[in-house]
Design a protein around this ligand. Structure first.
Ligand SMILES: [Zn+2]
Length: 449
């Protein structure tokens, strides 16, 4: 007699897709790649024009490697083609009547770009989001607070993935922290999603308001995205200890959808939805293809999104993909992201990512974890300085703390900061609601990479 599990006891949201053997997954990708390239060529004026000019046609795709013949696109391509010829622009491959939703990028590095979805695109986005929520153990008996911005931001609608899974959802948005703490205290939700810096600040604010996040609240899982902190072990541990909860890093791109990749229970990289996104890794400078596992710029091709297919989109994210099997049984590769190409700076021929500096700051005891990085030039050479806050009960002198931090940065990154400035607790103005500004670039533009 076989025992039948109820649907809530199953391990995977979509077992067939999530555990597909690699060979089969690649056959699935090839089939969808052929279709999407044809769809893009026949319907998006930009692809038709540039591929014609390059002597390429959809028939040139006979294997996944054949994609390498096609040109890259990037954020600039999106900006230059949006609004050209039609409201949706030259990368769009459906008429406006088929579009039900648009999100836009934050515009933090230029003009915001718009990302359109058909009804089927939007439903696939939410189904993938349900997959990630299920993957971290969310079930219909969970109460979930979605504390992400709903205005234009592609992370806003992610809450529908939790609702479709059956969880009780509270659409928190960007509530002021006092009201959000009221929600956490009154409704006792078990899962929350916010940015890593805000998860930290909210926990600290709770303590100051006399609420112990570990014992007075019921949060057992924290999802973070939008900043790298969730994948920095020291940051993750600090937030987990503060809340008595397990932290999971999620990753989305406004250019694709808010559900690109997520941690599983092993937290060893983020499983990327390889049924929707084909990943390539290329050399940052030359664009040359690198083997899986090498660090480079991640390039994504959307395999199913009809409204605006992205073929070989250079994301500006630096990292690598690990396609070895994961202990959780899922076969989709795991991405590890070191940082944004735009945030990286070079000091004495060493690539420095702000996330490396954050990891050191969060590892060192006796400081609050708040920090500010200044990048500047001195004698035509790029240098960096770090400012931190000393805990009120730290008996060490400012000079001692500065020397400790400087040595730890040298050990981890390879180059010492030009200066370390120590502030008292609360002395840095980096605590802001939801997203913090921690990098000040004082260089002339010509020295930026
Ligand atoms: Zn896994």
């Amino acid at each position: 007699m076989s025992t039948t599990k109820t649907w809530t006891e199953r391990k995977y949201w979509n077992e067939e897709i999530e555990t597909m053997p690699r060979e089969q997954l690649e056959a699935f990708q090839l089939e969808h790649l052929k279709e999407i390239v044809k769809h893009a060529y026949e319907n998006a004026p930009y692809y038709k024009r540039t591929w014609d000019e390059a002597g390429l046609s959809p028939d040139d795709i006979q294997s996944l490697e054949d994609l390498q013949k096609f040109p890259f696109i990037n954020k600039i391509t999106q900006r230059e083609t949006q609004g050209v010829g039609s409201f949706l622009g030259e990368l769009a491959a459906v008429p406006e009547d088929d579009v039900v939703f648009i999100s836009t990028s934050s515009g933090s590095t230029g003009v915001p770009t718009m990302s359109p979805f058909t009804k089927a695109d939007f439903d696939a986005f939410q189904d993938t989001e349900s997959r990630w929520f299920w993957q971290i153990g969310m079930r219909p008996n969970d109460r979930y607070v979605h504390a992400l911005n709903f205005s234009l931001y592609v992370g806003g609608p992610d809450v529908i993935g939790a609702q479709n899974l059956g969880a009780l959802c509270i659409w928190g948005g960007t509530l002021p922290s006092e009201r959000l703490l009221y929600v956490l205290k009154t409704y006792q939700p078990t899962v929350i999603w916010t940015s890593p810096s805000y998860a930290w600040q909210l926990g600290e604010k709770a303590k100051k308001a006399g609420i112990d996040p570990k014992n007075d609240l019921s949060i057992r899982k924290i999802i973070v995205a939008g900043e790298l902190g969730g994948s920095i072990p020291a940051t993750r541990k600090a937030i987990e200890d503060l809340w008595g909860a397990e932290l999971y890093d999620f990753y989305g791109l406004s250019d694709i959808f808010g559900a690109c990749a997520a941690h599983c229970e092993y937290h060893d990289g983020l499983h990327i939805a390889e049924d929707h996104i084909l990943v390539e890794t290329v050399d940052i400078h030359t664009g040359e293809i690198l083997p899986p596992g090498s660090v480079g710029e991640l390039v994504y091709t959307t395999l199913q999104k009809k409204a605006r297919p992205l073929i070989r989109f250079r994301t500006g994210d630096i990292g690598y993909i690990d396609q070895t099997p994961c202990k959780c049984g899922r076969t989709h590769g795991r991405i590890h992201i070191n940082g944004r190409k735009d945030d990286m700076f070079i000091v004495s021929a060493v690539n420095v990512f702000p996330s490396d500096i954050e990891a050191v700051v969060h590892d060192l005891s006796g400081i609050t974890g708040e920090y500010l990085i200044r990048i500047f030039e001195e004698n035509y050479t790029c240098r960096y300085a770090v400012e931190v806050e000393k805990n009120a009960d730290n008996p060490k002198s400012d000079d001692e703390v500065a020397a400790e931090l400087s040595a730890a940065l040298k050990a981890r990154i390879g180059v010492k900061p030009a200066r370390v400035k120590i502030h008292p607790d609360g002395g840095l103005n980096t605590r802001s609601e939801h997203k913090s500004k921690r990098i000040i670039d004082e260089r002339n533009q010509e020295y930026n990479i």
